[in-house]
Each structure stands twice: as C-alpha cells, then as structure tokens.
Design a protein around this ligand. Sequence first.
Ligand SMILES: [Zn+2]
Length: 295
Amino acid sequence: MGTSVLLRLSHGAAPPKIDKPKLKRRFSMDLYWVLMSFCLVLTQESLVYADQAPPPSTDNRTLMERLVRAYPDQLQGYEGNDIVWKDGTRMAFDDDIRDKPFETLLNAPSLRDEFSMKYSPGQPQGIPMENFDPGRIRFEPFFERMYGNCDKNEVVPKLSTIAWLPKHNGGNLKVTAVNGVDHKLAAISKELDELPDSYTKYLIPSAGIYNCRAIAGTSRRSMHAYGAAIDINVKYSHYWQWSTEQKGNYKYQNAIPYEIAAIFEKYGFIWGAKWYHFDTMHFEYRPEILSPSSE
Ligand SMILES: [Zn+2]
C-alpha cells in the first residue's frame, strides 16, 4: 500500500513538461486539418459540376444498347441508326443535329438527346446547374408507341390498380402495366410502407398518376399522360413553375427526404428534384436514364 501511495505521490508531483517542438507540431497539424477540410469542400464543389456535365464520349452504340436493355419487353435490338422494336418497327436514334439550344432539346429532341445529360442515382450532390434536367428530354413518338396515345384512349385500357402504402391507408392508384411498371410501383409502395411513420406525410395522399393533359404552358406530354409517373403529396413539394423568381432564375427548393427517392431509383424511377426545373414530388419510370454510375 505504502509503495502505491509513494508512486502516486511522485507521479502526481511531477511538474508538467512543456515540450515546445511537440506544441509546435500540434499547431501545424491543426492548421493542416483546417486546410485539408477547406480543400475537401472546394473539391466537392467542383465534383458537383463535373458530375452534371453531359457524358461527352459516349458513342451511339453504347447508348442504343442501354436503351434496348432498359425496355426488354418492347425492344428487340438496334441496327445501324435504328432502334428495332419487337414488332419490327424501326425508329431513328440520332438525328445528327448537335448543340441544340435547350428549348429545342425539350421540343424537338432525338432519341439520342435523351442521354445528353447524365442522371446520377444516389444522394443529390448540391443543386442542379442551370438547365440541367436529366430525363426531362423525352422523344415523344417513342413513349407514345410504348404506352399509347391518351387522346385516342390507348392508355387507360393498359392501367392496372395497385394499393398505395396499404398499411397507412394510402388508397388505390392506377398505373400502366406496360413494362411491368405496375409491379414495380407496387414493390416501391411496399418498401415505402416500411419506412418510419415520419415519412408518411410526404407520400399520402398521392397527387396522382395518370393525367392526359400537356405539361403546363407547353404542348408537350409528361410521363403522366402515359400512366408512368407519380406525384407524391403536393403539400411538401416544390415546383419551379410555382417559383416567384424571374424566368430563368429559379430558387432551388426541396423538402422531400432522399430516403424516399432511393427506393424509387432502385426500381427505375427518376426524381424531379434532380432537375434545375425542379418538381420534387415527381417520379417517372425511365430506366434508360437511370444508368449505372459506372457508365
Ligand atoms: Zn408529376
């Protein structure tokens, strides 16, 4: 016992050593980490923009393959510049017109133009650059052939009923059965139903699926006209057309948690919150756009 007291005393009594080089080293290490963190922030900023650049070197064959792989029920393959449908129909992929202005990309795209902006699955990295809308470019003849023309009553007969978050009484929704989208949305609904209850308010009531109207202020159809897009609860959503900012300068806003979008992306749906022209309640089935991050 005596020894331990002595030891403790001698230990306690030892004067604190001031090691100046050590202090100096610690200070420079602190400075190092401050600088490193600063550099990391800068790198992440530049990554945001790098990631949003169009994939410049992707050749037509790779893109056509991706398109065919995304819609195996409908497409048979490709030949030359043609996408070949299972019924033998051919559709030109590339119109050889480059550097289209943004409005032209929206209003008169080729099938190839759909791939001109890379959609990145996963947690959003920053806010989208001006006019960066991956997936908002749609070659309408392609989708009309696939899902039908709603003006000719070709879409409604292909709709199928699914239960929306049945454990939370989300009611029923009608969605296209083409490409098995109904089964995919049913699987999404099942997974969303298992999220903590705090997520339910974003999802119920759903603002709907099928709508034959054109996109507000345009003559273009949205994926709602094909029964292949869903809007979740409008109450927690933000939409660029509601923005009070001047045209072309919309303040980005989103309140929908990514955990919801992660489930949609898993089944081939892209999220409107990843667009400069944001539509945060909107999810549409676009497996060709949702390419693996390796491509
Ligand atoms: Zn929508």
